[in-house]
Ligand binder design. Structure first.
Ligand SMILES: Nc1ncnc2c1ncn2[C@@H]1O[C@H](COP(=O)(O)OP(=O)(O)OP(=O)(O)O)[C@@H](O)[C@H]1O
Length: 245
């Protein structure tokens, strides 16, 4: 098992006096997949921003293994092996599936980026391995422009996998997907976790159930409930602020 523990303790983020995060504490173990849910404005995006260094906490501890993320900039945090997938895919339409993955491999990130670039055959087999993992081997030569919405999302996950991240942050991966694509995405993320940690922010509770992992419920910038999906769905506090609406 490679990887570091993600450790947030007492994290507060103030925006002009407003607490977007309020004394938030979360631990994600190496190889763990965690789903984070919560109503609009609960602080999910701000939490991801704090982990990736986009937003500095006003107070609190944010560590990844021995690294104090509050002292690092976004590029340094990405180089540590923390990758983020935003909701909107940023694949290159004019390039094929294979070429998109190849580009992600060559992007200069991490101390071994140049070494990887020189590997040739090894690089090709890595691309093919990721292509297989995201279920797009049959589409390898197709331009990204003609992929379905779901396939584009998987391609972007594949592009992040090319960087071999230790921790992958995924923002609402199944928004706009068909039921079948949603199932495929749950299976893909389950495969990816274990090798690496994954934090998934999602509104779709059926999808979160399909992930079958521990769930953290955020509300007003803090952790309201945590545990298996059945536990949080039956938690009266969660029902009151979120599910019962
Ligand atoms: N840069 C900012 N300046 C001021 N307020 C902000 C800023 N960014 C976020 N907020 C506020 O902080 C709160 C938390 O926002 P955040 O985007 O983290 O919530 P969220 O859980 O991701 O919501 P959603 O599900 O709608 O994406 C919201 O009330 C938001 O308006």
């Amino acid at each position: 098992m490679k990887g570091n523990q993600l450790y947030l303790d007492g994290v507060t983020v103030m925006f002009d006096g407003f607490r977007a995060l309020n004394n938030l504490s979360i631990i994600v173990e190496p190889g763990e997949m965690r789903a984070v849910i919560g109503p609009n404005g609960a602080g999910k995006t701000t939490m991801m921003d704090v982990i990736t260094g986009k937003t500095r906490p006003t107070k609190g501890t944010v560590r990844f293994g021995d690294h104090d993320l509050t002292r690092m900039d976004e590029a340094a945090i990405a180089n540590l092996g923390i990758g983020r997938k935003f909701q909107k895919p940023t694949v290159f339409d004019a390039l094929t599936v294979f070429e998109n993955l190849e580009l992600a491999l060559k992007a200069p990130r991490g101390p071994f980026a140049c070494l990887r670039w020189a590997l040739g055959g090894a690089a090709r087999s890595r691309i093919e391995q990721v292509q297989d993992e995201i279920g797009l081997t049959a589409r390898a030569g197709d331009r990204a422009a003609i992929l379905s919405h779901g396939q584009r999302q998987w391609l972007e996950i594949g592009m992040l996998l090319m960087q071999d991240p230790q921790l992958l942050l995924v923002d609402e991966p199944v928004a706009g997907m068909t039921d079948q694509e949603t199932e495929h995405t749950a299976a893909l993320l389950r495969r990816i976790a274990g090798e690496r940690s994954v934090v998934v922010v999602e509104h779709d509770l059926e999808f979160v159930r399909a992930l079958g992992q521990k769930v953290t419920v955020l509300h007003e910038g803090t952790m309201l409930s945590e545990g298996a999906i059945d536990h949080v769905q039956n938690d009266p506090r969660v029902i009151e602020v979120y599910l019962g609406r």
